[in-house]
Design a protein around this ligand. Structure first.
Ligand code: AMP
Length: 218
């Protein structure tokens, strides 16, 4: 990807977005900006934001637009994002956030918005097997024959199920995706920046589809 490229990955939670974004960020040496990771860090650090966000996140709800927009504006203003570009993961999630992002990025517009498309039924299966490192966020898939305790290969942290991966929270998140986030597809379609990528299949194949789109936009 050209240095300074700016990318958004949309898609249902559990579509494999996080893993693919980490991989893309390593491949292209571009910062991966995940609002979910930022909030989880705030929860771990017990900041005021973290204490407020935890309850909402555990219930599968959405943290307020103003807070999220402020957080992202600050992050995109940092030198690494302005020079290297970025991969935005988990933001925007509402039309209000997308409109604010249009303003924030008016001088340096987003190059491509990818909708990583995975049907709801497949996402539900994946989330029930999803495990994540509490420290670095690396994702794993449970097989039923997993080590206990499970130690992260990347950083040595604890690998566990996310607190917000309970069935109720997952269903709530998927409902919110349909009502709040899927209208963004049209928002970016109208702007001409949307590309839909099939997110079903082996992660290596999905990664190849993603890099093909990014290379195609060089
Ligand atoms: P994620 O890791 O992207 O699945 O995000 C985990 C949780 O963080 C979500 O279920 C929301 O509660 C919250 N969150 C992350 N990003 C946003 C956002 N852009 N707007 C509102 N809430 C968010």
């Amino acid at each position: 990807m050209i240095p300074g490229a700016r990318l958004i990955i949309l898609g249902r939670q559990g579509a494999g977005k996080g893993t693919q974004c980490v991989r893309l960020s390593r491949h292209y040496v571009v910062p991966h900006i995940s609002t979910g990771d930022m909030l989880r860090a705030a929860v771990r650090e017990r900041t005021e934001l973290g204490l407020m966000a935890k309850e909402i996140m555990d219930a599968g709800g959405l943290v307020g637009d103003d807070i999220m927009i402020g957080l992202v504006e600050e992050r995109l203003g940092r030198p690494d994002a302005s020079t290297r570009g970025y991969i935005l993961d988990g933001f925007p999630r509402t039309v209000t956030q997308a409109e604010a992002l249009d303003e924030i990025t008016a001088d340096r517009p987003i190059h491509v918005v990818i909708d990583l498309d995975v049907p709801r039924e497949i996402v539900l299966e994946r989330i029930s097997a999803r495990r994540v490192c509490r420290d670095c966020g690396t994702n794993y898939t449970a097989s039923g024959h997993d080590p206990s305790p499970w130690i992260c290969d990347v950083c040595g942290g604890d690998v566990t199920q996310r607190d917000d991966d309970t069935p109720d929270a997952v269903n709530n998140r998927l409902d919110l995706y349909e009502s709040q986030t899927s209208p963004l597809i049209e928002h970016y379609q109208l702007k001409g920046s949307l590309v839909v990528v099939n997110g079903v299949g082996h992660p290596d194949h999905v990664f190849k589809r993603l890099t093909d789109v990014v290379e195609g936009r060089r």
